[in-house]
Write a protein that binds this ligand. Sequence first.
Ligand code: ZN
Ligand code: ZN
Length: 438
Amino acid sequence: MYDGKIIFIVLDGLGDRITPQLGNKTPLQSAKTPNLDKMASIGITGIVDVISPGIAPGSDSAHLSLFGYDPFEEYPGRGVFEASGFGLDLDDDEIAFRTNFGTVEEDGNTLILKDRRAGRISGPEAKGLIDSIKEIVIDGIKFKTLHTLEHRGILIMKGDGLSAEISDIDPHATNVPVLKSMPLEKATDFKAAKRTAELLNKYVLAVYRKLKDHPINKKRVKEGKLPGNIILPRGASKKFTLESFKHRWGFNPACVAVGPLYKGVARILGFKLYDPPGGTGLPNTNIKSKFETGLKALEAHDFVFIHLKGTDTASHKKEPITKRDFIERFDREFTIILDAIEKGATVLVTGDHSTPAVLGRHSGDPVPVVIAGPNIRPDKVNKFDEISCASGGLHRIRGKDLMPILLSYTDRNLEYGLHPTNKSQRYIPHTWKGLRIE
Ligand code: ZN
Ligand code: ZN
């Protein structure tokens, strides 16, 4: 019933390191995962350097790589994906940024960043603060800010002659000064980049002045919480088009995700988006609903991507036990995916990068992968974790290898060089035109 169809499941930040709190095992190793282990025993396993060995990927470049795109060549910057996830297509005169609320303290005339997430401010408080800075105009340039999830948001700068070739305000570290945005050294239009960076710096200071004594922040400080007194733009990007996933790989793809970034990457590649009821983008998300929505989508599509964020969120909070428990909950719901394998689906489970909970950020450690389906030649691995999968039949591969491997397992690949219409085409397209007798 699902013959030739693919379910592609990504547990964000799944890979991890040895964790003393878990008896020197990784969270995945210490989790009880009978269903994933069953999949490993009938499938083929390996470890994946999602971008390349030692590189710690961001989630957007990681997903591009998993979907068979080259993030070194085909990466426009984070802002455009965040905006896309919100259904926003950029105009030619717009620059998009991903933003976080942060907490700063004044030290003389510098602002020292104390927290990159303002104590994970969320809900009505985050919305209330955003409302006070929703639209700001500086020297004729419009700055529009939108709230997405928790401490996260999107900033859109609109006006003539702007450039995305500028550096981040967010220093990506704490107890260091908030950075001054600068034009990139190699900017193609240095003057435009310099002007854009200066405008962005002015904007961030204007935001700080508006937020530092905001009643919501005063209330938070009284309650012993961190104030959201600055926003930290990063990942400047312009409108960008990528070859569609369907054109590149021949599948008609669907996406089941909640986080705007993942929806944004999928939407730019032409995936149809499905919203799973009860999805939160957090460890408390409704996993069953994601699987059910994915299986429903598989009726009309032949490639369904399902994204779960709980593993990464737990790791960023340095909570290995929360991560292990989330993996166990995932495994309990996984039976319906095992059933889909029985019904002919080819299923892949992996991570987009490692986020060791002992470290609290992304690392360059490879992630485990398992693929099971009707055409798989199994290996001897019967447990799904970082260490076991390292001796699997796929060995150590890169993220961009996965799509060709899946084409092969679903018998959609063409012998290299033999395609009658396009020698570099890797799959059998649905659009062949037969020679007609006139
Ligand atoms: Zn990620
Ligand atoms: Zn992360």
